[in-house]
Design a protein around this ligand. Structure first.
Ligand code: NAD
Length: 293
């Protein structure tokens, strides 16, 4: 539990005005982060940003090459922190457990778990056309993978040693990537994806309540449409991109780094009173009825 929060419960302290003594040069100084889907897009940008803010990072991806590239960038730019890449399939429980174990063995603790890996399968369709194997694959990676990530992160965070001088405490921050499609309907069907992300929102809220008094915060990150391979591989013609663009209030797709900045806020103690939220970073899309021309 951050000291500012502990002070709140310590009734012998009269003032609730923060003395800002917890302000540190890097917002994640001394902390350890595990990021899944770290080989591309949001996960890659978050790995680099978290390292820049002082965290040691375990970059996890089924695409080891991508994760290793991220670790190499961090090693080159931020020699004061450590970054390790490892291959894991978040759709396999033993892979996630091994990744969490590796983070704790390598860095001694786990403060931040960013369950970010996800897929949007090209054969995902409507209720009539989606095959069961596509549904099952999507659910296994996008929803079960997040459950397992939460499970092993919670077990590890309970064991975190406390060192108030470094702002370290038992517990931590878990961020689960959902999507704006879990909040609003779309006429372009991707049934399994949308349902899996709705599950992430519901599961994250419940876990946030169950673990709130252990100092473990859980929040969902809801990105809008982004310029990352996941969406751009799907919107592979100007016509398909323009069809979406008219609905985007800001007139542009989001950038992965804009999501990384939001994830950094959720990861750091700056969001110490935030848990159970659907944190939307969607350029206003989910507030739109019609958009400006
Ligand atoms: P991306 O395709 O750039 O990156 C996803 C990463 O996840 C890839 O490196 C991929 O190898 C990895 N991955 C896929 N399956 C995996 C598995 N089974 N185990 C481990 N790693 C795996 O995509 P992104 O846009 O950065 O997406 C990150 C998250 O954001 C996803 O959960 C996605 O659903 C969500 N999201 C993206 C958008 C968007 O428009 N791009 C919008 C809303 C939500």
């Amino acid at each position: 539990m951050p000291s500012a929060v502990k002070d709140f419960f310590d009734m012998s302290k009269a003032s609730l005005i923060s003395d800002h003594t917890s302000a540190m040069p890097g917002r994640l100084e001394h902390k350890v982060a595990l990021i899944t889907g770290a080989g591309s897009g949001i996960g890659l940008e978050s790995s680099i940003l978290f390292a820049q803010e002082g965290a040691n990072v375990l970059l996890v991806d089924i695409n080891l090459e991508g994760a290793e590239k991220g670790a190499a960038i961090i090693a080159q730019r931020f020699p004061n922190v450590k970054a390790v890449a490892t291959k894991a399939d978040v759709g396999k429980e033993d892979n996630i457990k091994a990744a969490v174990d590796l983070a704790v063995k390598t860095f001694g603790r786990l403060d931040i778990m960013f369950n970010n890996a996800g897929i949007m399968h090209p054969e995902d369709d409507n209720a009539l056309n989606t095959e069961e194997r596509i549904w099952d694959l999507t659910m296994t990676i996008n929803l079960k993978g997040v459950w397992w990530g939460c499970k092993y992160a919670i077990l590890a965070m309970r064991q975190n040693p406390t060192d108030e001088s470094k702002g370290l405490h038992t517990g931590g921050s878990i961020i689960n990537t959902a999507s704006f499609v879990a909040l609003m309907g779309a006429a372009t069907p991707q049934l399994a994806y949308t349902a899996s992300k709705g599950g992430v929102l519901a599961m994250t809220r419940e876990l946030a309540m169950v673990h709130a008094r252990e100092g473990i915060r859980l929040n969902s990150l809801c990105p809008g449409p982004l310029k990352t391979p996941l969406l751009m591989d799907f919107l592979n013609t100007a016509e398909k991109r323009d069809r979406r663009m008219i609905h985007l209030p800001m007139g542009r797709f989001g950038e992965a780094v804009e999501l990384a900045k939001a994830a950094l806020f959720l990861a750091s103690d700056e969001s110490s009173y935030l848990t159970g939220t659907d944190f939307k970073v969607d350029g206003g899309l989910s507030s739109a009825y019609v958009t400006a021309l």
